[in-house]
Design a protein around this ligand. Structure first.
Ligand SMILES: C[S@@+](CC[C@H](N)C(=O)[O-])C[C@H]1O[C@@H](n2cnc3c(N)ncnc32)[C@H](O)[C@@H]1O
Length: 433
């Protein structure tokens, strides 16, 4: 009997299998017209590398199609419907696949009812922020997704609110979800330059040395932890050290004497410590080659077991401090706040994601030549970003005009239409084959 696992399909084979049921196909994209809830079922498992999507937000916009999602009467119906869509997304992702989910919120208007009565608590009351993104993220987490980031997409040019009793909403969450604990994420591709006006710091940053220098120097530590310096470093790691550490041979002799006084041998000590004899005896060896200092927890136990006095208390005391991860030579981790200006919507679509956000997300999660899915593609921002990044795109929408718009946009080389006219044709890149 042959127990060998089936061969992993090549990218070409995966691409061809996805295209079998596509409505429109080109060398770099397959588009599907229809309800995502049935379309995704036609895609083969483990065929997509990453997904970037902005689904219809709950109770916000009418896309004028009988199969559209987003206009469910009840929020929990919307959430469970999205969880089902994302179950399919998870199925079609490769084992190292990821999904970016951008989703906005809304306010509850009017007086809701629970069991026919106005509710005294909860979100179903006039003016409540519904917290849709977070309800969905928690439901997805419960369903098996790894929630890795809740990125703040900050909109510097957000529409000001006319209300006077709350703040303008100037951000939306973008969740980074992973199918498994380990997944493809190219941090180097999204690193940003270190910010420092200090020449020495900049040189160290460029060299990318990883040595900490907080060695018990309080002034230095304060400086390292200062907000100005923090902008230049990658992170801090807790370090535990003994600043006045004694010579291990000297300490071993002291321990031997104490054991002798108590009339116990190393076997007994090892047994009490629950450690192998081979390890324990090093704490009692008085030759330089074999002598070792006991770690913090073992030292505390030895004090009890051998009735040690306070002679070595200071010398064995442990200081806890911060050590610095020196700047990474390729730049700083960009953090989970991204400021991206809202761009004007295209002629056909009014809820477009800014190109900058899509480009940024895919840099991190789309492998070279990989396949990206948007199950709610709209005008196709995700698709253009995937093609520009040298990848391939699989898009789904219920509206035929959005698919047509994408094909025109892709043929123009990813130039947004102006006044209803497509950009100049550049078929070489994304030509419909
Ligand atoms: C927020 S928009 C996506 C915008 C897109 N990210 C862009 O940049 O243009 C949501 C899209 O989901 C589509 N949609 C709604 N319900 C759907 C369904 N059941 N199946 C497939 N697409 C659906 C809508 O037609 C709309 O284009």
């Amino acid at each position: 009997m042959n127990n060998r696992p089936p061969p992993v399909p090549t990218a070409k084979e995966r691409w061809e299998a996805i295209g079998v049921a596509a409505t429109v196909s080109a060398p770099a994209y397959h588009l599907f017209l229809g309800d995502v809830r049935s379309v995704l079922a036609a895609l083969p498992p483990s065929s997509i590398d990453t997904c970037l999507t902005s689904p219809p937000y709950w109770s916000v916009r009418d896309y004028g199609h009988p199969d559209q999602m987003g206009l469910e009467d009840e929020l929990n119906e919307y959430v469970s419907g999205m969880v089902r869509v994302f179950q399919e997304v998870r199925r079609v992702l490769t084992d190292r696949g990821t999904a970016w989910l951008n989703i906005g919120d809304c306010y509850y208007h009017g007086a809701g009812t629970v069991d026919g009565k106005p509710p005294a608590t909860g979100w179903k009351r006039n003016k409540q922020l519904c917290l849709v993104p977070f309800r969905l993220a928690i439901a997805l987490q419960e369903d098996g997704w790894w929630v890795r980031n809740a990125v703040v997409w900050h909109k510097p040019n957000a529409m000001p609110a006319s209300v006077r009793d709350r703040l303008t909403n100037a951000w939306e969450p973008v969740f980074l979800l992973a199918k498994a604990e380990r997944y493809h994420f190219d941090l180097d591709a999204v690193r940003v330059p270190h910010q420092t006006d200090d020449g020495n710091e900049r040189r160290r940053a460029e060299r990318g040395r990883a040595d900490g220098k907080a060695k018990g120097n309080d002034d230095l530590r304060r400086w390292l932890n200062s907000p100005r310096h923090r902008a230049t470093i990658d992170g801090l790691r807790e370090v535990r050290r003994r600043p006045n550490v004694p010579d291990c041979v000297e300490l071993a002799a002291y321990l031997r004497k104490a054991a002798g006084r108590k009339g116990v041998d190393i076997y007994w000590v090892a047994e009490q410590l629950g450690l192998p004899y081979e390890r324990t005896r090093h704490y009692f060896r008085t030759d330089r080659m074999g002598s070792r200092l006991p770690p913090e927890d073992v030292w505390e136990r030895l004090k009890e077991l051998l009735d040690l006095d306070t002679e070595y208390d200071d010398a064995m005391s442990v200081e806890v401090g911060d050590n610095v991860f020196r700047n990474h030579p390729n730049g700083r981790n960009p953090g989970d706040v991204q400021s991206v200006t809202l761009s004007g919507s295209s002629q056909e679509h009014f809820a477009t994601m800014p190109m900058g956000l899509a480009d940024w997300a895919l840099k991190a999660t789309l492998p070279a030549g990989g396949i990206c899915l948007d199950p709610f593609m709209g005008s196709g921002t995700t698709g253009i970003a995937a093609l520009r990044a040298g990848g391939r795109f699989v898009g789904v929408d219920v509206r035929e005009d959005f698919l047509t718009h994408f094909v025109r946009w892709a043929r123009s080389g990813g130039r947004r239409e102006r006044n209803g006219k497509p950009g100049p044709p550049q078929p070489a890149l994304f030509d419909a084959g």
